[in-house]
Write a protein that binds this ligand. Structure first.
Ligand SMILES: Nc1ncnc2c1ncn2[C@@H]1O[C@H](COP(=O)(O)OP(=O)(O)OP(=O)(O)O)[C@@H](O)[C@H]1O
Ligand SMILES: [Mg+2]
Length: 196
């Protein structure tokens, strides 16, 4: 995994931008509640896949139109919530939804949520699906926060003017991010860090 600092709001906006035409076509109304300052430790491409899979499920559930609500929040304990007011999930189905190849859709592969769980597990996070028939579905993904303190050499970089602006900062810290990922794993093994 290419672990680095990922701004969850920016990632979500990017994914919603990809989804917006499909949402409009399906007459789905979108409400966003996105804190722009939520940063997590993760692989942006993999986390993007998580959001895409979850939004695809919400879209599928809202075939006849409906409401989609997306939330990004939690500075200390970052989370994403994706809520739809679709038909919801029967309890007998709900217990299987994360199983690979389990699907209730004619053209589904049943891999969407299995992939979500695998990626979230790789990130030391958690995914929870809350649903009942007639009450829609809420998916909550919790991820480890990005911790600046895991970058011990930042002060030197700042002193030499290395971090000149936000966007180049992200690019420039890449080599250190890898080092941090290692130290974070070590921290987690020692019982510290953000695994939930
Ligand atoms: N938001 C949702 N509303 C209602 N049912 C859902 C929702 N999300 C998931 N499900 C149920 O969970 C099942 C498994 O979802 P999953 O994403 O793993 O596979 P899929 O959507 O069926 O197929 P694929 O992801 O390959 O298109 C779905 O078939 C559906 O029954
Ligand atoms: Mg799916």
């Amino acid at each position: 995994m290419a672990v680095r600092q990922v701004n969850l709001g920016t990632l979500m906006h990017g994914v919603l931008d990809l989804e917006k035409d499909m949402l409009a076509l399906q007459k789905i109304s979108l409400a966003c509640d996105i804190d722009p300052d939520i940063n997590v430790r993760g692989d942006p491409e993999k986390l993007k896949q998580v959001l895409l899979n979850l939004l695809a499920n919400a879209r599928d559930a809202l075939q006849q139109g409906g409401n989609l609500h997306v939330r990004v929040d939690g500075t200390e304990a970052p989370y994403v919530e994706i809520l739809d007011n679709g038909p919801g999930i029967d309890p007998a189905v709900l217990q299987n939804v994360f199983d690979p190849f389990f699907t209730t859709k004619e053209a589904g592969t049943g891999l969407g949520l299995a992939i979500v769980r695998k990626i979230v597990d790789q990130h030391g996070g958690s995914v929870h699906l809350d649903s009942s028939p007639g009450h829609g579905t809420k998916v909550t993904v919790r991820l480890a926060p990005w911790e600046e303190k895991a970058l011990p050499f930042i002060p030197n970089r700042v002193a030499t003017g290395y971090r000149c602006n936000a966007s180049s900062g992200v690019t420039n810290v890449r080599p250190r991010s890898r080092a941090c990922a290692t130290s974070s794993r070590a921290e987690r093994a020692a019982g510290h860090g953000g695994a939930r």
